[in-house]
Design a protein around this ligand. Structure first.
Ligand code: ARG
Length: 475
């Protein structure tokens, strides 16, 4: 149904209609559009712009339409331009001319961004809930391996041994920051735009504060021109999604490496692996690779919206219609990837023995020699030099550090006695790293406990918000 046309002598050309049309992707805003129409209707009724009889009829028709949309009984038609025009068609089919009453004091410009804010909030909550599950899976997996050692890497070279629980738990910190970003995002996203009209507000006695409250928003717009043109909340959501994507892709990279034939640390469960159409022996970590690969489109969607917004004149311009598909795509992508990665992590088992055997190799305990000398008041530069000489000697003679003789140690540095062997073992090296956030297993256990508590706090906040949101939607 066309929402305009009286001042035109002819309808739009086919190509114009085809390019304008958005209902094939914005139809998913329908439940939010109906809900914000109900809020708008209350204001029109309170200010006597629509009489009670008509308001009741419109309210009932909107509710009926809502059920029909939900059940797939009412659908967009080829002649509908967008979600707003399709729903107004539904309303007028039920009510006749009265169905057009809702357009008073409202423009699609304030309507569409109100709907999109509601959509974004609803789905941000869903993503946050998925992130919480992911973090619980990470932290539970990490606690299984607190007392297991593995080589820690820098430059993908053995660096220093670490608790493998520490290695896994680090990912939970990244997602905790994402949850924090999400919490903060609500402040700027939960702002109602309804009542801004096309751009200048309204001469009718509307009540934007009432509609904001009615729709569960935390606050209401301060400048009607900004209200219809602001899409920061979309860009910011896309930044959060892209960052989650980066974190997922780094997990993907790590899991692929650990599951490789060469590493063979990780056994990814069959349900989270895929096979090859030609090589019957293959078991591939495709979930990890897709997590890594999907980050590309998450970053792309952010770039696409920011590029669209750059230098866009105020207030509403049709360019803004391009805000939706990237947002929808990032949300859909994450809602696919997050449960798959959560399942993959929860069901992966690691070869404790293989990791423990690898932990001291590659001279990863060389720093222990340097630290031993520092404790004997040798300046670090000289201690580093001595430890390096030990490594060179081992490399030449095909030995590990603890296989050097007392004589060899003393020859390298006068303070380097055989006592150093006491620190040349992985469990000693791990338990000595007791500085805050370090890899000592007692600290790793405490870190995991704190992270689980933080996740529980986030979980409570998110489920409270989810409850309030669904109550608002069904009001
Ligand atoms: N479908 C449009 C969008 O998504 C709705 C707003 C249209 N407003 C207008 N002035 N043409 O942005």
């Amino acid at each position: 149904m066309a929402l305009w046309g009286a001042r035109f002598s002819g309808g739009p050309a086919e190509a114009v209609f085809a390019l304008s049309r958005s209902v094939h992707f914005d139809w998913r805003l329908a439940p939010y559009d109906i809900r914000s129409s109900l809020a708008h209707l209350s204001v029109l009724e309170t200010s006597a712009l629509v009489n009670k009889k008509d308001a009741d009829a419109i309210r009932n028709a909107l509710k009926a339409l809502s059920t029909e949309v939900e059940n797939g009984v009412f659908n967009p038609e080829p002649q509908d331009e967008d979600v707003h025009s399709a729903l107004e068609r539904g309303l007028t089919q039920k009510l006749g001319a009265v169905g057009g009453a809702l357009r008073a004091g409202r423009s699609r410009n304030d309507q569409v961004t109100t709907d999109l804010r509601l959509f974004a909030i609803d789905h941000m909550l869903e993503i946050a809930a998925q992130l919480i599950q992911l973090n619980n899976a990470i932290l539970n997996k990490a606690s299984e391996y607190i007392n297991d050692s593995a080589p820690g890497f820098t430059h993908i070279q053995h660096a220093q041994p670490v608790s493998f629980g520490h290695e896994i738990a680090k990912h939970a910190q990244a997602f905790a920051r994402d949850l924090d970003r999400i919490n903060d995002w609500f402040k700027r996203a939960s702002v109602s735009s309804l009542g801004a009209g096309a751009l200048a507000g309204s001469s009718l006695p509307l009540d934007p504060t009432f509609t904001a409250k009615n729709l569960g928003f935390d606050s209401v717009f301060a400048n009607s021109i900004d209200a219809v043109s602001d899409r920061d909340y979309v860009a910011e959501a896309l930044f959060i999604f892209a960052t989650i994507g980066l974190h997922l892709s780094r997990i993907g990279e790590e899991w692929s490496l650990w599951a490789s034939t060469e590493f063979a640390w990780a056994q990814v469960a069959d349900e989270y692996s895929t096979g090859s159409s030609i090589m019957p022996q293959k078991k591939n970590p495709d979930m990890a690779e897709l997590a890594r690969g999907k980050s590309g489109r998450l970053i792309g969607n952010l770039v696409s919206v920011m590029t669209m917004l750059k230098a866009l004149p105020f207030a509403y311009n049709r360019d803004l219609q391009e805000d939706k598909e990237p947002l929808f795509d990032s949300i859909d992508t994450l809602l696919l990837v997050l449960p798959a990665v959560t399942g993959m992590i929860a069901t992966t088992n690691f070869d404790r023995e293989k990791m423990a055997l690898a932990a001291p190799t590659g001279f990863s305990l060389a720093t222990e020699i340097a630290d031993y000398l520092v404790r004997k008041n040798v300046p670090f530069a000289a201690a580093h030099e001595a430890a390096g000489t030990c490594v060179a000697l081992c490399e030449k003679s095909g030995r590990e550090l603890d296989q050097l003789s007392d004589d060899e140690f003393i020859k390298i540095h006068p303070s380097l006695d055989g006592g150093v062997r006491a620190v040349l073992n992985v469990s000693g090296a791990l338990s000595s790293r007791t500085t805050a956030g370090g890899t000592a297993p007692v600290l790793v256990a405490a870190q995991i406990k704190d992270a689980l508590a933080l996740t529980a706090t986030h979980s409570k906040k998110i489920s409270d918000k989810q409850r309030a949101f669904s109550e608002m939607m069904s009001a």
